[in-house]
Write a protein of this length. Sequence first.
Length: 216
Amino acid sequence: MEEFIERVHRLIDQCWESFTEKVGNGLIEINKEASMQLQYAYLLKNSLDLYLFNADESIKIELESGIPINGRLRECDLQIHIIKDSNKCILPIEMKCYKTLSASGKPRGAQDLFKFGVYEDLELLESYESETENRMLGIELVMTDHINFAFPKTKNGKSWDYDISDGNIINNGITLNTPIGGVPKTLVLNYNYKFNWINKGEYFFMKLKGTKTLIK
């Protein structure tokens, strides 16, 4: 099962690389998060057979499916069900997309909400992890056409407490209580993270996954 899970991670990475290249080179148009989810899931769906090596293996993809957390149903952007014989585990994926122009063509604001949202999704992924439900720690995929998120010239404003810029490292977890838009927020991460952006065309992309190993 462990080797199969590693194969699924390679599938995720290869499809993410393909997605970033296609979007960056204009072969796939993304106007909002929903289209990001759909196009990435399409690449996964069409690549599954390449990573199934045995008759007792299967992979199932679910979009926008619910996960119960503390009595509340939360919608996970994408869940990958990994099945081998009688063994089964679930790998959740959350996605975030920010474009300087909204789907309606109007300039988009709320940059503070986007930065907070990236951290909020990491917190959600940690809360999804469950041995009893066979859910693994998941992955977050992020894209934007706004260079300031990835490579800011300055970090003015309290919203940069939720720092998503390239090279930022979280070790030994983090607890944040910085309000966003005047609304009180409390956010706790228990894993370690490193924020690494890549640039393709007019876009910037990032894959985030927590680790228990300290990051140098």
